[in-house]
Design a protein around this ligand. Structure first.
Ligand SMILES: NC(=O)c1ccc[n+]([C@@H]2O[C@H](COP(=O)([O-])OP(=O)(O)OC[C@H]3O[C@@H](n4cnc5c(N)ncnc54)[C@H](O)[C@@H]3O)[C@@H](O)[C@H]2O)c1
Length: 329
């Protein structure tokens, strides 16, 4: 059985991927500092440690198990926070990634799949966004993602570590049976926040309704977390078959406006939503959605659950049955 180290595997996307790895006969070991992760979300070996500050623990994990590949989710991921606390993002995302890459070199692990982000495209010109679109770094978080992609290029050139960098669009949705889902605190994403608003009397804050889009609200590409997790399995397979270091957009290839998302939450929940329109947030692009042709063609990946209704239904099932996330009994 293949051993896969999953950093950040107790987080939202990581835990879904761990489950899919297990369902496909692979043996994941999770390394997570549990700052945002939940040990209840996984049924796999978990080592609680921080990639940046617990180098000895990380070393021990590689000593104990011979890994065939690494999937690197661990990192801080809030765009807004990265502009208020850049040190946290530069320190943990760079040092954590570097410690991981160095340990891989020492233990001869040659394959890594890295969670990158569509945020590296910044203020997009042409839509849909292909992998050849210009890079436009508009926040510290995006800088750390892009720089680690570049660091991985050097680790390929110098140490022949092959990497797949998956540039995710907006991860969303939950396990279809509602047993696993998004449990971020604080939560910055529209779908969980709109559902939480529908389930309570708290108004939903809509940041800007005067964008130059069809209904004045931002347009995003929403990719179901199950499809996202599947992309990691495809990427591992690609590397195992000798695939070269490369990067891929992981999005569904279609955009929905914030208002369309809110309408879907109303439809699925059967509840009205009180919406407070607030000023635009700085750094929010008007419209972005992926050209996912490359991932489909090269990785053989195909999103299956990423229509908006399935996304919102699964997320609604999770949130309505888990008001306190993984701590709900
Ligand atoms: N959620 C999205 O829409 C999205 C979009 C693009 C990219 N990404 C990237 O995907 C990855 C996973 O995102 P997520 O939404 O599952 O986030 P998450 O916060 O739920 O998961 C990240 C996990 O990493 C752990 N972690 C963070 N820093 C660590 C460190 N230094 N050492 C060990 N563990 C650490 C956290 O405790 C958490 O469990 C992140 O790298 C994020 O930047 C996410």
């Amino acid at each position: 059985m293949k051993n896969i180290l999953v950093t950040g595997g107790a987080g939202y996307i990581g835990s879904m991927t761990v489950k899919q790895l297990q369902e496909n006969g692979l043996n994941p070991t999770v390394f997570d500092n549990l700052v945002y992760g939940h040990k209840e979300s996984i049924a796999a070996t978990l080592i609680q440690g921080d990639l940046a500050t617990d180098k000895d623990k990380l070393e021990q994990v590689f000593k104990d198990t011979k890994f065939d590949a690494v999937i690197h989710f661990a990192g801080y991921a809030a765009t807004g926070e990265s502009m208020k606390n850049p040190y946290k993002y530069f320190y943990y995302n760079y040092v954590g990634g570097l410690n991981l890459a160095e340990t891989m070199v020492r233990y001869g692990v040659r394959h890594i799949v890295f969670s990158s982000s569509c945020t590296v495209y910044g203020n997009v010109g042409k839509l849909p966004v292909g992998e050849d679109s210009p890079i436009d770094i508009v926040n510290v978080y995006g800088q750390t993602k892009y720089d680690f992609e570049k660091i991985l290029d050097w680790y390929d050139q110098i140490y022949q570590i092959k990497s797949v960098r998956l540039r995710y669009f907006n991860a969303c949705g939950a396990a279809l049976d509602g047993s696993m889902g998004e449990d971020h605190n604080p939560e910055a994403h529209i779908i969980p926040n709109a559902i939480k608003a529908a389930l309570s009397s708290i108004p939903f804050s809509l940041f800007g309704d005067d964008y130059p889009t069809k209904d004045g609200t931002c347009i995003r590409d929403y990719i179901h977390v199950l499809d996202l997790a599947q992309a990691h399995l495809k990427a591992l397979d690609y590397l195992e078959k000798g695939g070269k270091t490369d990067y891929f957009n992981i999005g569904v290839g279609k955009g929905y406006s914030n208002k369309e998302v809110l309408e879907m939450v109303k439809k699925v929940s059967g509840k009205d939503l009180s919406v407070e329109v607030k000023p635009r947030r700085s750094g929010d692009a008007n419209e972005i959605y992926a050209d996912n042709t490359k991932a489909k063609k090269v990785l053989g990946w195909n999103p299956e659950h990423s229509d908006l209704e399935t996304i919102v239904k699964s997320a609604y099932l999770w949130h309505s049955t888990h008001p306190n996330g993984y701590l709900s009994s």
